[in-house]
Ligand binder design. Structure first.
Ligand SMILES: NC(=O)c1ccc[n+]([C@@H]2O[C@H](COP(=O)([O-])OP(=O)(O)OC[C@H]3O[C@@H](n4cnc5c(N)ncnc54)[C@H](O)[C@@H]3O)[C@@H](O)[C@H]2O)c1
Length: 299
């Protein structure tokens, strides 16, 4: 365990925050969690239960360790309580810069002076959030990739004032929770691998929305090519289609290129509350999606 970080607080415990808190707890850290919706942590962990069962070949922790780790996370009803004595605070609230700035402002006011503040944002550089705090030198991006699936890597990127000490502490900490740090040397929207994944998402969403191919054939192709247990549409369902939409909008708002705008058909699904695994329906239906059936690749 890294000796500079002993206690970690996670703020926002939906799909990703709940996984970050659990993973961190599995690796022996004291973890507290806060969400404006107090039931979010338990609900999110339950929702991904079936996913954990079908984890890939390289789980970071076993299912048993995962369950025990989740039980040890202290869910707090007040933000102040969750932040007490924290050395590292990881924010995983919705992908909206205004919300993140507001959350960072509150965290900054309540967290110990020593605490490093990180955002798990999938696309927003910390440089757009750090100004909401009085400690930009202690702010950074730490972007996780669905640790419940065993994707053991984390993008790390600093802001305009992040000190080398903060960065190196964050980098060392990532290794202590069984993950490989993907270091971003110069600010870029989407960090390291997430930008690659985003290029794939943009392409397949347009192929689907414009009716060129059946989304299942794209997923089949991906699964055969990569030997993964799901393709891009299955992955997007697991992330949450509302989250995907918000991320795509961050890129669109940056470029204003119509090609970067997520398709209206995706927005229509969100309006129908078809958000993927978390609402039981997205591109596939859950908990038993077609891509998990033994004959999916042969169909
Ligand atoms: N879903 C993914 O696969 C994934 C992967 C990597 C990173 N991320 C990033 O993680 C962040 C969260 O995404 P998610 O998928 O977990 O979203 P989510 O909608 O599942 O969870 C967000 C949580 O934040 C809570 N929240 C909202 N406002 C809050 C506030 N003011 N204070 C505290 N909690 C608040 C909500 O109640 C909810 O439980 C986003 O920035 C997203 O880009 C998501």
């Amino acid at each position: 365990m890294d000796n500079k970080i002993k206690k970690v607080a996670v703020v926002g415990t939906g799909v990703l925050g709940s996984q970050i808190a659990t993973l961190t707890s599995c690796f022996g850290y004291e973890v507290s969690a806060y969400d404006s919706d107090e039931g979010a942590f338990k609900r999110a962990l339950k929702d991904i239960g079936s996913l954990i069962e079908s984890r890939g070949k390289d789980p970071v922790v076993t299912v048993e360790e995962w369950d025990k780790g989740g039980e040890k996370v202290v869910v707090c009803g007040e933000l102040k309580e969750a932040l007490r004595d924290a050395d590292l605070v990881i924010e995983a609230a919705p992908e909206d810069v205004a919300i993140k700035r507001e959350v960072f402002k509150r965290i900054d006011a309540l967290a110990p002076e020593k605490a490093i503040l990180a955002t798990n944002s999938s696309s927003i550089p910390i440089s757009r959030i750090e100004g909401a705090t009085n400690r930009p030198e202690k702010c950074l991006n730490l972007h996780f990739y669905f640790p419940a699936l065993g994707h053991n890597m984390v993008d790390i990127m600093g802001g305009t004032k992040t000190t080398d000490e903060t960065f190196q502490t964050g980098r060392a900490w990532i290794r202590t929770v069984g993950c490989v740090p993907l270091t971003v040397n110069k600010e870029i929207l989407g960090f390291c691998f997430n930008r690659v994944w985003r290029a794939i998402k943009r392409e397949v969403l347009h192929m689907w929305a414009e009716g060129f191919v059946d989304l299942r054939d794209i997923d089949r192709a991906w699964m055969i090519f990569s030997n993964m247990s799901q393709g891009p549409f299955g992955l997007m369902d697991n992330v949450g289609l509302d989250v995907i939409y918000d991320i795509e909008m961050v890129y669109y708002n940056e470029s204003k290129d119509p090609k970067d705008h997520p398709p209206e058909a995706l927005k229509a699904m969100i309006d129908r509350n078809e958000l993927g695994r978390k609402t039981g329906k997205g591109f596939y239906t859950y908990p038993d999606p077609e891509y998990s059936k033994p004959d999916f690749l042969e169909a």
